[in-house]
Design a protein around this ligand. Structure first.
Ligand SMILES: N[C@@H](CCC(=O)N[C@@H](CS)C(=O)NCC(=O)O)C(=O)O
Length: 206
């Protein structure tokens, strides 16, 4: 398998899942400005929409859309603990959490990464992100260790990746003790450290 990624972008989530699974995979970095990959290939030939992540499977098929990729990886791994059984209420909750991160939190951040966004657009984005981070804080306030409850699932790499953007956009995680502790805990997880190190995000890591 080959994962196409931009360092620190939402592609970090499937990258973490691949490490979590101990899967055999390679990576290819994509330049977000030129849409060329590190080998000089035109990324649009991999993913017609030009954004990451994309995962090319060993058989040559390419999967896109982060939530679909992490679900596929979980379903096709030997690890039954990363995603609840098909048809269960817990499975629907996993889908709800992946969708929440994708459509409510991830996309709320987008203007903060756009060089041409106006200050008004950025302020509106900060307001929306704060609202959604508050939602996550409330959900974590029952003492759960992971996004779905007491067990790590493929929703965690996605929530960690996106929530952590607050630390890179000057927004910060604010007065949200549960979310701060969650992000700190996830940042110490070996799969998270391995993926972040591979993307050059842990400069001082050995
Ligand atoms: N709906 C897509 C969104 C992916 C997305 O927003 N990717 C961003 C990075 S987080 C990207 O590649 N931006 C660069 C570009 O659009 O050229 C998914 O969930 O996979």
């Amino acid at each position: 398998m080959k994962l196409y990624y931009i360092p620190g972008a939402c592609s970090l989530a499937p990258h973490i899942v691949l490490h979590e699974l101990g899967a055999a995979f390679t990576t290819e970095r994509v330049d977000s400005k030129t849409h060329k990959t590190e080998t000089g290939a035109d990324y649009y030939t991999v993913h017609s929409k030009g954004y990451v992540p994309a995962l090319t499977l060993d058989g040559g098929e390419t999967l896109t859309e982060g939530p679909a990729i992490v679900q596929y990886l979980a379903d096709n791994s030997g690890r039954k603990d990363l995603s609840p059984a098909l048809g269960s209420i817990e499975r629907a909750r996993l889908q709800a959490h992946l969708n929440f991160v994708g459509t409510e939190l991830h996309k709320a951040f987008s203007p903060l990464f756009k060089p041409d966004a106006t200050e008004d657009e950025k302020n509106a984005a900060r307001k929306k992100v704060n609202l959604r981070l508050d939602d996550v804080e409330k959900e974590l306030s029952d003492g759960r260790q992971f996004f779905l409850g007491d067990a790590f699932s493929v929703a965690d790499p996605y929530l960690f990746t996106v929530a952590n953007w607050a630390n890179f956009t000057g927004l910060g995680l604010g007065e949200r003790p549960n979310l701060k502790a969650y992000v700190a805990r996830m940042a110490e997880r070996p799969s998270v450290r391995a993926a972040m190190k591979a993307e050059g995000l842990l400069k001082d890591a050995a």
